[in-house]
Design a protein around this ligand. Structure first.
Ligand code: SAM
Ligand code: DTB
Ligand code: SF4
Length: 335
């Protein structure tokens, strides 16, 4: 029988997992991973920044905030044809989901209409769709759902008690409200956070506790390792111990056994060995393609070689877990 899904974790419960000996934690996480997933299958998404920089928010980690001097060139919302051309390239390279990100605090209704058109076009290519556009009202979420948006990404970013030292222009409750609107519209949620921002282990536990205690576990849980960008307030933060990062992945897997745990930002700076440990700890999805939104991601041939060396297959189509998928290695093949 599969480990049941819980939503009542205490901070102590979560910290007790973090405190396990590394081998024990890895064994437990890898075991829970196998209950609902084939550990040799990894879901592959490609990101595109459809509107870049010039963001009014003050997120301390983000190169796209207009308040930080990072030298990033702002770009207005892309044309639909250019977006669809990039989606076709992503599909040809083997991605099965296309995620469109915009540096907005919250979109205007006319922006939502334009993104809805993009979503229709990307779906018509046979790709799953995801968008991350900032805070959404209930009606905006409904519009995107009607256009066929599968996932909405909106992160809690960190523990409630650390949040105010990173972001001042949007509250934790604002984020929870957007997530509730996305859920009410019937979309799947992609919701996680960032580690390596100078938070304590207890605060990492607090992020995962909050995610797991949401009314439903997010279907996709991105765990980002801070990409330090010169000019952002968090540049120069002491790097996180790589084993602590792996522990964070393992605890996310244990708390949310049916969710896709996404090894997200920060892979470019990780060794192949560290990524392999993350897959062993239960990570089963990645961003694929040479760019995240504005920063570098591993070259695609490096990822293809890594998958081949580890015997990992790119998942062709995702289904909510409960099913173990038959391996499909067709699209992202060894270089
Ligand atoms: N502007 C929208 C918003 O913030 O709601 C959507 C795009 S925003 C860039 C998406 C997520 O990217 C953030 O919530 C954050 O978790 C992540 N992110 C941004 N900059 C990052 C960095 N330097 N390192 C790691 N993750 C980062
Ligand atoms: C998420 O959690 N990570 C992705 C995606 N959701 C949109 C974004 C990472 C951004 C890293 C910094 C950049 O490239 O600008
Ligand atoms: Fe703007 Fe999103 Fe970056 Fe925050 S994370 S500054 S809201 S683009």
């Amino acid at each position: 029988m599969s480990t049941p899904l819980r939503h009542d974790y205490s901070r102590e419960d979560v910290l007790a997992l973090f405190d396990l000996p590394f081998s024990e934690l890895m064994f437990r996480a890898a075991s829970v991973h196998r209950e609902r997933f084939d550990p040799s299958q990894v879901q592959v998404s490609t990101l595109l920044s459809i509107k870049t920089g010039g963001c009014p928010e003050d997120c301390g980690y983000c190169p796209q905030s207009a308040r930080h001097d990072t030298g990033l060139k702002a770009q207005k919302l892309m044309d639909i044809d250019a977006v669809l051309a990039r989606a076709q390239e992503a599909r040809a390279a083997g991605a099965t989901r296309f995620c469109m990100g915009a540096a907005w605090r919250s979109p205007k209704d006319r922006d939502v209409e334009k993104v809805a058109e993009m979503v229709r076009g990307v779906r018509a290519l046979g790709l799953e769709t995801c968008a991350t556009l900032g805070m959404l009202s209930a009606t905006q979420a409904d519009t995107l759902k009607e256009a066929g948006l599968d996932y909405y990404n909106h992160n809690l970013d960190t523990a409630p008690e650390f949040y105010d030292s990173v972001i001042g222009t949007r509250t934790y409750q604002d984020r929870l409200d957007t997530l509730a609107n996305v859920r009410a519209a019937g979309m799947k949620t992609c919701c996680g956070g960032i580690v390596g921002m100078g938070e304590s282990r207890e605060q990492r536990a607090g992020l995962l506790q909050t995610l797991a205690n949401l009314p439903e576990h997010p279907e996709s849980v991105p765990i980002n390792l801070l990409v330090q960008v010169q000019g952002t307030p968090l540049a120069g933060t002491r790097a996180l111990d790589p084993f602590e990062f792996v522990r964070t992945i393992a605890v996310a897997r244990l708390l949310m056994p049916a969710s896709w745990v996404r090894l997200s930002a920060g892979r470019e700076q990780m060794s192949d060995e560290l990524q392999a440990l993350c897959f062993l700890a239960g990570a089963n999805s990645i961003f694929y393609g040479e760019k995240l939104l504005t920063t570098a991601n591993p070259q695609m041939d490096r990822d293809r070689a890594l998958f081949a060396r580890l015997g990992i297959c790119a998942l062709e189509k995702e289904e909510r877990s409960g099913t173990v998928h038959a391996p499909v290695c067709a699209s992202v093949e060894a270089a």
